[in-house]
Design a protein around this ligand. Sequence first.
Ligand SMILES: Nc1nc2c(ncn2[C@@H]2O[C@H](COP(=O)(O)OP(=O)(O)O)[C@@H](O)[C@H]2O)c(=O)[nH]1
Ligand SMILES: Nc1ncnc2c1ncn2[C@@H]1O[C@H](COP(=O)(O)OP(=O)(O)O)[C@@H](O)[C@H]1O
Length: 205
Amino acid sequence: MAKRGMLIVLSGPSGVGKGTVRKAIFDQKTNDFQYSISMTTRKPRPGEVDGVDYFFVSTEEFEKRIQNGGMLEYAKYVDNYYGTPLDYVEETLNSGKDVFLEIEVNGAMQVRAKCPDGVFVFLTPPDLIELKQRLISRGTDDMDVINKRIAKAVGEIKMMQNYDYAVVNDVVANAVEKIKDVIRSERLRVTRVMPDYIGMLGENN
Ligand SMILES: Nc1nc2c(ncn2[C@@H]2O[C@H](COP(=O)(O)OP(=O)(O)O)[C@@H](O)[C@H]2O)c(=O)[nH]1
Ligand SMILES: Nc1ncnc2c1ncn2[C@@H]1O[C@H](COP(=O)(O)OP(=O)(O)O)[C@@H](O)[C@H]1O
């Protein structure tokens, strides 16, 4: 049987640059790990493609999936559902390939409980002033919402201790390289590469 793949989870506070860093990783097109496309009830933005950026579905469809146990994790974020369809992750890991998730912090903790052998990477801002600056420059929120997000980020940053690695998103290219280094070194860990010698010998030996 093929060795099960490794689950890599990238998370961090809102506005830290998760989406930007993830896109930079997958733009390289040389990765030997698979991106799990999330499902959401938020409306597509101009240029976004169903089945590429997200699977865009109705609230009814999303809630039906939750009830049927079809989500590995999900969270409500700014009035919309976001979640990871379970079947793609299971099938890909079972085929021996590694899977990469980019999700917000509540979802990441659900995955941690279900898949403790996953690799959890927390993306941090260089500091809170820079985080605020990034939220302002993104231009998607007014000052009131930005201040609420910063207050929330302080709590979210405290969650860092539940992760295996912290990567500072100072310059996107540096963060990309550090995350790829983590993946490379995790693959070399003895507990991941050790062949199943006992299984090979059979039960009677
Ligand atoms: N829990 C969870 N969060 C997700 C998932 N997909 C995306 N997110 C997070 O949802 C948040 C909002 O994403 P999006 O609407 O694309 O906006 P943006 O990334 O802030 O521009 C981001 O923090 C994403 O990391 C998912 O499958 N599960
Ligand atoms: N390393 C970086 N340096 C400067 N700006 C960045 C960096 N990473 C991301 N940004 C900017 O910060 C804003 C938030 O990034 P985004 O990827 O939407 O965050 P998240 O997905 O974590 O909410 C965007 O305007 C993005 O262009």
